[in-house]
Design a protein around this ligand. Sequence first.
Ligand code: C2G
Length: 132
Amino acid sequence: MKKIITYGTFDLLHWGHIRLLERAKELGDHLTVVLSTDEFNLLKDKKAFHNYEQRKYLLEAIKHVDKVIPETTWDQKIADIQTNQIDIFVMGDDWKGQFDFLTPYCNVCYLERTKNISTTYIKQQLAGSIEA
Ligand code: C2G
């Protein structure tokens, strides 16, 4: 069984996220998503609209996703790869090069980021449409 892993906040789930998960799963047989906790998001300077449990619930409903576990630190990736016997680490190419240190432990694959959609864009559009 070829095992894939990816990381993220996945807030306000949109088709860019789904396309990433879909393409990641196509690389193997089992996809683990390591989901940023609300506390870890603070370290990423992110404030998710949906909390961890809500984001986890959404991800677990996606057919491409087999397992969701928490991301609590920047430093857990090597242990995650070893513990979960991962073959391929996948991230969008906005992270290109950032995780090459993982190549001794598994293949590292950066997939093209989907253009013209992001959680930030959604928030900005909604903010603009709602009267203050
Ligand atoms: N993504 C994408 N296309 C978009 C938006 C996001 O392919 N239009 C990808 C990102 O590249 C990432 C994944 O979807 O691989 C999740 O995106 P975020 O939730 O923004 O993840 P991020 O905050 O970058 O967290 O330790 C790694 C971090 O947890 C990554």
